[in-house]
Design a protein around this ligand. Structure first.
Ligand SMILES: C[S@@+](CC[C@H](N)C(=O)[O-])C[C@H]1O[C@@H](n2cnc3c(N)ncnc32)[C@H](O)[C@@H]1O
Length: 257
């Protein structure tokens, strides 16, 4: 399918404010003075890598940036070369991030910085990441999901997550809509864990989510993977309790000035 967006991936302040906020929470709660292997999606500018390095140069022991679009990959390599000149080493990889082969036991932080919706199709990819132990206890995961357009709530979203809404006894349409915005990546990850048969082995925690506005409304969701169990109701209750929103300021129009 043809890509809708332009070749260059340039985003506004909301995205990186959200990223800095969640990264700050993750470091404070889980990493402190430690380091991690950072595995991310490239785009063309590698801005998230610059953010990560700004927060703490010693945080990433190695950095892998995956980009499947050939034209973007070429620009990502140019950004990589600029970063190398200031001492930041990034390995750019021209394949899907789901082909990442983990080579160490060191803590990993994965950033699935998607342009579209983190929908149910990703459950299978994450099932395989869990099963292959690529995503494991001690790791962190950040995921973006597009919240901007109406994905077709009644015909699509409510059907995807019919089971989850039933488990939570949610029947009201507005309540379902609200919970979808705050928690749908948690629904997807829970399904992945269930399909991998690891519900009683791994504990998923949503340590925060941030809704922000870029060219449209987006959400960034942060997860920590630990040993233990994941109980669906608690997992979703914690996801809802840790939701944050970056306020958007509307510029005054001529009529209101
Ligand atoms: C939002 S951009 C990344 C922006 C980058 N994190 C930044 O802040 O500069 C996401 C990129 O990931 C690519 N992409 C999407 N799915 C992918 C996958 N499964 N593996 C590798 N690249 C993927 C898209 O082509 C797109 O260029």
């Amino acid at each position: 399918m043809a890509r809708k967006g332009s070749v260059e991936t340039r985003y506004g302040p909301g995205k990186y404010a959200a990223f800095h906020l969640l990264l700050g929470v993750w470091i404070r709660r889980y990493v402190r003075n430690g380091s991690c292997v950072y595995v991310t999606l490239g785009g063309t500018e590698l801005r998230d890598i610059q953010s990560l390095i700004f927060i703490n140069q010693a945080l990433a022991s190695s950095i892998y940036s995956f980009e499947i679009a050939a034209d973007r990959f070429q620009l990502a390599c140019e950004s990589r070369d600029k970063l190398l000149k200031i001492g930041i080493k990034v390995e750019c990889v021209p394949t899907s991030i789901f082909e990442y082969k983990r080579a160490s036991n060191e803590r990993h932080l994965f950033f699935l910085d998607l342009e579209g919706i983190y929908d149910l199709e990703y459950a299978r990819d994450f099932e395989l990441l869990f099963k292959s132990n690529t995503l494991r206890e001690g790791d962190g995961l950040l995921v973006t999901s597009h919240l901007g357009h109406n994905p077709g709530y009644i015909k699509t979203v409510f059907r995807w997550f019919e089971r989850e809404f039933q488990w939570l006894n949610i029947t009201d349409t507005e309540e379902k809509r609200e919970l979808y915005r705050v928690a749908h990546p948690s629904f997807v990850l829970y399904r992945a864990l269930e399909q991998a048969d690891l519900i009683d082995t791994l504990s998923l925690t949503c340590f925060g989510s941030v809704q922000y506005f870029d060219t449209s409304s987006m959400g960034l969701y942060g997860y920590a993977i630990g040993a233990g169990q994941t109980q669906f109701r608690n997992f979703i209750a914690d996801t809802s309790a840790r939701a944050f929103s970056i306020p958007t300021v509307r510029r005054p129009t001529a009529a209101t000035r």
